[in-house]
Design a protein around this ligand. Structure first.
Ligand SMILES: C[S@@+](CC[C@H](N)C(=O)[O-])C[C@H]1O[C@@H](n2cnc3c(N)ncnc32)[C@H](O)[C@@H]1O
Length: 236
C-alpha cells in the first residue's frame, strides 16, 4: 500500500463516520480515571517546562484537545479528516483545528512545547512510524514532550464497516517496548509509561508513553565546563 493509499483510505473512513465516532466517544474520558491522570501529569510537565504551543495530532472531534485546554495547555488540533476538523470546530468553537497529516506537519522546526498523538498513530503502517516520530522530533523545541496513546498487541484489524458506514480502515496495535525503541531512535527517549488491563468494552490492554526531546544544557554548564578546564590548566 502506498502512502497516498493508506492516508486516503483513513481520511475517507473517518470522514464517513465522524459524527458517529464523536457520539460514541464524546464522554469516554469521564470513565477513564488513569487516562485523566496521565493527561493531568503530562499537562503539568509541559507547564513546568515553560509551556508553549501544543499540537494534538489526529485530534478527531477534539475531545482530548478540549480536555488538555481545560488543563491549561495552549493546545490546538490537527487531523487528516476534513469532516473531523469541521466537527471539532463546531463542538469546540473556542479552539483551533486544522487539516493536516502527522507525516508532514505544517509546523516550523523546534517550535512546539508538546505533541500529543492519542490513538492516532494506530492507523500508520509500522514501517512509517520512524518518519512520524522524526516529524515529532523536528517540530518539538528542546525539552518538548510527546505523548502517545495506543492499544497494546501485535496484530492489526482491517475494518470494512463501522457504525453502519462502509470504510477501509486498519487499526494497528503496538507493543510499548517497540514504540519506546522507535521514539528513542528518533531522538525522543521515553520518560514514563503506563500500561493497564482492558476495562469495560475494550478488547486489549492500553498503553501510553511520554517521551522528551532532550533540553539544551543550561548556560551555567558551559561556564562550569570552562571553569573546570581553567582549574585543570592552572593545576598542570
Ligand atoms: C481513533 S481516532 C482518535 C481521535 C482523538 N485523538 C480521540 O482520542 O478522540 C484517530 C484520528 O486520527 C486521525 N488520523 C489518522 N491518521 C492520521 C494522520 N496520518 N495524520 C493526522 N491525523 C490522522 C483520524 O482522522 C482520526 O480522527
Amino acid at each position: 500500500m502506498t502512502e497516498a493509499d493508506f492516508l486516503n483510505s483513513t481520511r475517507a473512513s473517518y470522514n464517513a463516520m465522524a459524527i458517529d465516532y464523536d457520539e460514541r466517544f464524546r464522554d469516554e474520558l469521564a470513565a477513564q480515571t488513569l487516562e485523566r491522570a496521565v493527561f493531568a501529569g503530562f499537562a503539568e510537565l509541559v507547564r513546568n517546562a515553560g509551556g508553549g504551543p501544543v499540537a494534538d495530532v489526529g485530534s478527531g472531534p477534539g475531545r482530548v484537545t478540549a480536555h488538555l485546554h481545560g488543563l491549561g495547555l495552549s493546545v490546538y488540533g490537527i487531523d487528516l479528516s476534513p469532516r473531523m476538523v469541521e466537527l471539532a470546530r463546531r463542538e469546540h468553537p473556542g479552539l483551533r483545528f486544522e487539516e493536516g497529516s502527522m507525516l508532514a506537519l505544517d509546523i516550523p522546526d523546534g517550535t512546539l512545547a508538546a505533541v500529543v498523538a492519542w490513538y492516532s498513530t494506530i492507523h500508520v503502517p509500522q514501517e512509517r512510524l520512524p518518519d512520524v516520530f522524526a516529524e515529532f522530533h523536528r517540530v518539538l523545541a528542546p525539552g518538548g514532550y510527546a505523548l502517545v496513546g495506543f492499544q497494546v498487541g501485535d496484530e492489526q484489524r482491517v475494518y470494512t464497516e463501522a457504525f453502519g458506514h462502509e470504510v477501509s480502515l486498519t487499526f494497528r496495535r503496538w507493543q510499548p517496548d517497540r514504540i519506546a525503541e522507535l521514539l528513542a531512535g528518533a531522538g525522543l527517549p521515553v520518560r514514563a509509561r503506563t500500561f493497564r488491563e482492558p476495562e469495560r468494552w475494550e478488547p486489549t490492554p492500553q498503553a501510553s508513553l511520554i517521551a522528551r526531546k532532550p533540553p539544551l544544557p543550561p548556560a551555567d554548564d558551559q561556564t562550569a565546563d570552562d571553569q573546570t578546564a581553567g582549574d585543570q590548566a592552572a593545576e598542570s
